[in-house]
Design a protein around this ligand. Structure first.
Ligand SMILES: Cc1cc2nc3c(=O)[nH]c(=O)nc-3n(C[C@H](O)[C@H](O)[C@H](O)COP(=O)(O)OP(=O)(O)OC[C@H]3O[C@@H](n4cnc5c(N)ncnc54)[C@H](O)[C@@H]3O)c2cc1C
Length: 397
């Protein structure tokens, strides 16, 4: 309904004239003159940045977006800039369609200080100031989701601290928020950090369809999910499990109808009966098709339940492998590194590992393994050191 009666966006492009104006004035752009020292956001560069970084491109796409129904203002998306105002005027007027445009406000760049993420615990509490939690841009990230993801975690943990409860740290295998915060506190960042799916090693497990399965129980335990919503979730989870169990017992028999269907998908006909789950595993078979050949469940299933069943059955092999890796990592996550550990007292650590461990002070062996420059040999030494209980000795020194 709301999608009707939309205002149009338009496309235009920069051109060689635009690029020449920018190149001729680069020495006046604060990002290049050294007035601004910080690194700009990699994923939304300014137009001057694009001209320099992608010098071989003869044009860059610009979206003209109406600012609203009752205004003549347009947002020129793709033309962010910190060039001097009179240069911006020339740039704007060099673009086809914008020759007579009136600039309402010039663009500008900002630079701001951040808390080094190395100074943060995985709870987003600062290491230097107890009970102070920071989130978002302050921590060196850029983006709405990044800010929101940290905001909720910092809020949860500040709340838990106030209630004297155990902190909540989301693991990398549990959600993208876990990936982001672990990246930040383990690797730090020297440019605005953005969370990309490619940063996650367990992408097959971090799916949007199973977000509730991964996180609802935690949300409920933390008091953030109502009983009503949680019970609805529990019913869905049970329905998924029940139906997968059923599909692992019911068989599809090699009838004429089944084989006509199979052959219509260019597959070999069945000679013997197969488990319904195995039949569903075939790439073209959908749950709806499968129901033509086996008895329907007692009650019709919700669309979300069906989607989850299809994914779990079709990708079972890959998911199992990913889950095995998660289980291995969980063991390492369980190995805590005591807060008071003195890295100077550990013999045999490589110099780089020693420096990085001292700086980052990881909270678990798993986090230590993810620090660049900390090698398996260092991890072995660290693990033995902790297991031998030498920490206690250090503490009493
Ligand atoms: C022009 C522009 C376009 C962008 N486009 C996108 C986009 O398309 N997609 C995307 O994901 N991200 C985009 N971003 C980035 C995104 O907006 C920010 O990374 C994100 O909003 C940061 O959220 P935050 O909560 O950390 O900080 P902010 O949203 O800046 O919130 C900080 C708040 O603190 C308040 N404050 C500051 N000092 C004090 C004080 N002393 N006392 C009390 N309050 C104070 C401020 O007023 C502000 O409300 C864009 C940013 C800009 C500038």
């Amino acid at each position: 309904m709301a999608l009707k009666n939309q205002l149009s966006c338009w496309l235009t492009y920069t051109n060689e004239t635009t690029h020449k104006i920018i190149r001729d004035n680069l020495d006046r752009a604060p990002m290049f003159t050294g007035v601004i020292e910080g690194v700009g956001p990699r994923y939304c560069p300014s137009i001057e940045d694009k001209i320099v970084r992608f010098a071989d491109k003869s044009r860059h796409q610009l979206f003209l977006e109406p600012e609203g129904r009752n205004t003549d203002e347009w947002y020129v998306q793709g033309l962010s800039t910190s060039m001097p105002e009179e240069v911006q005027q020339k740039i704007l007027h060099s673009i086809k369609g914008l020759e007579d445009a009136e600039m309402m406000r010039p663009g500008y760049a900002i630079e701001y200080d951040v808390v080094s993420p190395y100074q943060l615990r995985p709870t987003l509490e600062t290491k230097l100031v107890k009970n102070l939690y920071t989130a978002g841009q302050t921590n060196g990230t850029s983006g709405y989701e990044e800010a929101a993801g940290q905001g909720i975690m910092a809020g949860i943990n500040a709340g838990l601290r106030a209630l004297n409860k155990e902190p909540f740290v989301m693991k990398r295998s549990e959600g993208y928020i876990g990936v982001m915060i672990d990246d930040l506190v383990t690797k730090g960042t020297n440019e605005p950090y953005r969370l990309l799916t490619s940063r996650a090693e367990y992408r097959l497990i971090l799916r949007h369809d199973n977000a509730d399965l991964r996180l609802m129980p935690k949300g409920h335990e933390l008091g953030l999910i109502s009983d009503e919503r949680y019970n609805d979730f529990l019913a869905k989870r049970q329905a998924v499990t029940d139906e997968i169990d059923r599909l692992n017992t019911v068989r599809v028999k090699p009838s004429d109808e089944v084989n006509a269907y199979v052959m219509s998908h260019n597959e070999k006909p069945l000679k013997d009966g197969v488990l319904a789950a195995d039949f569903l595993r075939r790439p073209q078979v959908t749950y709806a098709d499968l129901l033509r050949f086996i008895p329907a469940p007692d009650a019709p299933l919700d669309r979300r339940v069906i989607e989850e069943i299809e994914i779990r059955i079709k990708y079972a092999g890959y998911i199992k492998k990913a889950e095995e890796n998660v289980a291995k990592m969980k063991k390492m996550e369980a190995k805590k590194i005591p807060d008071m550990i003195d890295y100077d007292a550990i013999d045999g650590l490589a110099t780089e590992a020693h420096q990085k461990l001292n700086k980052i002070r990881p909270e678990t062996i798993a986090q230590a393994t993810r620090i660049s420059g900390v090698n398996p040999a260092d991890i072995a030494i660290l693990s033995v050191y902790i297991e031998q209980g030498k920490i206690a000795k250090v503490k009493s020194v």
